[in-house]
Write a protein that binds this ligand. Structure first.
Ligand SMILES: [Zn+2]
Length: 273
């Protein structure tokens, strides 16, 4: 089990499943573009796709399919229905890249670095993946390459829970209490999917520590009972969440235009409880 590392990102999250094993595959010189598609998930940017990426996602979806919990089945259904859109960090939309860039100041990325995400040397993509293994905004979930199938499946469960609860908005409303509420729930969802990853872990302590949340400033009633709806991405949750009403953002934009910082989800790489 790797050592914990303090998370410095504003809304950082640690991956809670087994350490990732390398599953990097060669996308070929042209990056993620072969014109194909998957019937099992919707990509944020379908114009950039290839068989290796789809296979990478499919392996995680297979893990969800093989899991006999209700939350795994509903997460899988949510992905297949397109309630969630998936892509890799190298395919961040312009605005999402700006959000990530500003949340990772230590990388000193420039707006123009988005154009380098698909460079053959993978310098920019590797730098970002060295910091985070996932990111969400609205119903878009971006993941790093190279995660184990089980870890990626758990990431989907965790991030889907954030999407149905619109954590990109609610996380900041009443910190640190709101942060604990949103992360505790997402980790609880992961634990439902893979209890073995959380054996002996006090989830409240875990979230408070990893998110650097001050226990003394969290509402005592929430500390005592942190779990709130919605837990399952079922039909009722999606009826209420209405992701179709979220602002539509273009894939490309003017990177110099400011973007909001009020809500994002970042997960650290290769950390287990
Ligand atoms: Zn989270």
């Amino acid at each position: 089990m790797p050592a914990m590392s303090r998370v410095w990102l504003l809304l950082a999250c640690v991956a809670c499943t087994a350490p990732a094993t390398a599953e990097l595959e060669d996308d070929g010189p042209d990056g993620k573009e072969d014109g194909g598609s998957s019937s099992r998930f919707v990509e944020v940017d379908p114009s950039h796709t290839n068989a290796a990426f789809r296979k990478y996602i499919h392996r995680a979806l297979d893990k969800l399919e093989a899991n006999d919990t209700e939350i795994a089945a509903l997460t899988l259904l949510s992905i297949k229905a397109g309630h969630i859109r998936i892509d890799e960090l190298a395919d961040l939309t312009c605005k999402d890249f700006e959000r990530v860039r500003k949340d990772l100041p230590n990388l000193a990325l420039e707006p123009a670095d988005r154009d380098r995400l698909h460079d053959r040397d993978k310098e920019v993509a590797t730098a970002i993946a060295g910091e985070i293994d996932g990111y969400m905004w609205s119903n878009r979930i971006y993941v790093s390459r190279g995660q184990s199938a089980q870890s990626l499946a758990a990431t989907f469960v965790h991030e889907t829970n954030h999407v149905i609860n619109q954590s990109d908005v609610g996380y900041y409303t009443d910190l640190p209490t709101s942060g604990l509420i949103h992360e505790y729930r997402a980790f609880h969802a992961e634990r439902m999917f893979d209890p073995s990853a959380y054996e002996g872990v006090d989830l409240v302590d875990y979230v408070l520590t990893e998110y650097d949340l001050d226990r003394t400033k969290v509402k005592p009633s929430v500390l005592a009972n942190p779990l709130t709806p919605h837990l399952l991405p079922d039909e009722d949750a999606w009826t209420e969440r209405r992701v179709q009403d979220d602002p539509v953002e273009p894939i490309d934009c003017d990177p110099l235009r400011p973007v909001g910082q009020d809500g994002l989800e970042v997960r650290r790489v290769n950390r287990a409880p």
